[in-house]
Each structure stands twice: as C-alpha cells, then as structure tokens.
Design a protein around this ligand. Structure first.
Ligand code: HXC
Length: 242
C-alpha cells in the first residue's frame, strides 16, 4: 500500500509527493511478489489537487517547458493492477490520480471534482479525458465547468467508482480486494487489465480483436493450466507458485 501523507496541505500534490509516489509504485510494480497495489490518502483527503502554492508563481514557459506534472503518467504505465482507496477530497489532480488507477473504491465520505476552472485553469493530468470516458459528457461538463464536487453515491451511480463502503471499512475493503486480485495468476491479471484498458484506446472491432488475441495468449500461461485443472479436480487453484 502506498499512502499519500502531506497532512498540512490535504495531500496536495507537489513535485516531491509525485516523485515519491511514482517511485514507490514503480518499485512495487517490478516486484514479482506483488500482485496488486493500493494507493490511499487520509480520512480527510485522498488529495486536494495539485499544489496551488507551487503552481501560483509559474508562467507559461515554466509549465510548458517542464512538462509540468507529466511525471504522474508513470502510474498508468504500471502493469500491476492499482486500486485507489479514496476517502474525503479527491479534487483536481487528486481526482486525476485516482482515475489513473485501475479501480476506485470510495468511502462514503469521498468527494470528487475537477475545480480547476475556479482557479482559472483546466484539468491537466487527464481529467477532462478520463472523467469524460468514465461518466460521459453530461456529468464531465457539469464538473469541469462548474467546479462542483460530486459525492461518493453520485460517483458510483455515474460509473466513476467501483464500490462505495463505509469510511471505517475503506482500507480493509481495498486490501481484501487487492488480496483477491493478487491471488489470481499475475500474468492473467495483467492481461485482463490490458484488455479492459484497450476499450479506452480503440474501436469496438479492434478492441474485440485485441481481447481475442490476449484470450488466446492465456492458453500459453501456467495460470490457465492451473485454473482449469483445479476446476476439473474440484480443488482451489494455486496460482503464482513460482
Ligand atoms: C495547496 C492546499 C490545497 C492545494 C488545500 N491546501 N488544498 N494547498 N494546494 N490544492 C491547504 C490549504 O491551503 C490549507 O493550508 C490546508 O491545506 C487545509 O485546507 P483548508 O482549505 O483550510 O481546508 P478546508 O476548509 O477543509 O477546505 C478543503 C478544500 C479546500 C475544499 C479541499 O482546501 C480547497 O478548495 N482546496 C483546493 C482544491 C482545488 O482547487 N484543487 C485543484 C487544484 S488545481 P493552510 O496553510 O492555509 O492551513 C489542480 C490542477 C491539476 O489540481 C492539473 C495538474 C497539471
């Protein structure tokens, strides 16, 4: 589990936080013993956005020249499934980081939003794209143009969030879900993640072809051999044993 911990600023995402989080995720991602990763924040905030104080002094040449905050993209290159466990505020860059993860599990206290417009800017880490793909144009426009926050129930109804749980159960649920995923064959989990992600990148025809190819490839894995023989033998499969 990776925990965002900058309590004085509601986990606002500055360059240091970005470097540390992406390095931690990269380290876990390359560890063959890790089958799923959970990223979380505090009870009050997953993250209240990119650090406004860090950004306030910058001009166009700075943000353009430095490819500001592009480093967060490293999260979407991780092969291991990542769960965002969100309580409290997930605003601006915080919402965008949660959406870079493969699944969001939300506490009933979670509040999602893209309030950048209230600061005179727009989402810059994929919010206008990933939010729109997740919840559709109507709600994405609503959030990006008004800057309003959306509660956990609304976020689940809209398709942004996989599950909503009582705040007290958030970490247990996220860790149990991660353990379930980690109990599957890791190669197959990576393939399943790749197949679902293809839906965001391609046409339906191309996506179905991609899925078919990946499906055929699962028959070259130890996971398929173990999963199917365990079913026939009426025993539990034991994946990831070396
Ligand atoms: C820097 C932040 C911050 C942020 C909160 N803080 N959010 N500092 N950047 N994004 C700091 C506050 O300045 C304050 O510090 C402390 O955290 C506690 O915040 P409060 O505002 O006192 O708390 P509260 O009244 O509970 O209000 C919570 C809040 C509010 C509604 C979440 O903090 C808020 O509106 N924050 C900004 C949300 C936002 O606009 N996010 C989008 C950022 S732009 P002090 O020192 O005063 O105690 C973005 C662009 C992404 O994310 C694109 C990247 C390229």
């Amino acid at each position: 589990m990776v925990t965002l911990h900058r309590p004085k600023a509601l986990n606002a995402l500055n360059s240091t936080v970005m470097r540390e989080v992406t390095a931690a995720v990269a380290g876990l991602d390359t560890d063959p013993g890790i089958g799923a990763i959970v990223i979380t924040g505090s009870e009050k905030a997953f993250a209240a956005g990119a650090d406004i104080k860090e950004m306030a002094e910058l001009g166009f040449a700075d943000v353009h020249g430095q490819e500001f905050f592009a480093g967060w993209d490293a999260l979407v290159r991780a092969r291991t499934p990542i769960i965002a466990a969100v309580a409290g505020y997930a605003l601006g860059g915080g919402c965008e980081v949660a959406m870079m993860c493969d699944m969001i599990i939300a506490a009933d206290t979670a509040k999602f939003g893209q309030p950048e417009i209230t600061l005179g800017v727009i989402p810059g880490m994929g919010g206008s794209q990933r939010l729109t793909r997740a919840v559709g144009k109507a709600k994405a426009m609503d959030l990006c143009l008004t800057g309003r926050q959306m509660g956990a129930e609304e976020a689940e109804r809209a398709g942004l969030v996989a599950r909503v749980v009582p705040a007290a159960d958030l970490l247990d649920t996220a860790m149990a879900t991660a353990a379930t995923i980690a109990g599957m064959a890791k190669t197959t989990a990576i393939m399943a993640k790749d197949a679902v992600n293809a839906a965001f990148e391609t046409t339906l025809t191309q996506g179905v072809k991609t899925e078919r190819r990946i499906f055929y490839s699962t028959f070259a894995t130890a996971g398929q051999a173990e999963g199917m023989s365990a079913f026939i033998a009426k025993r539990k499969p034991e994946f990831n044993k070396g």
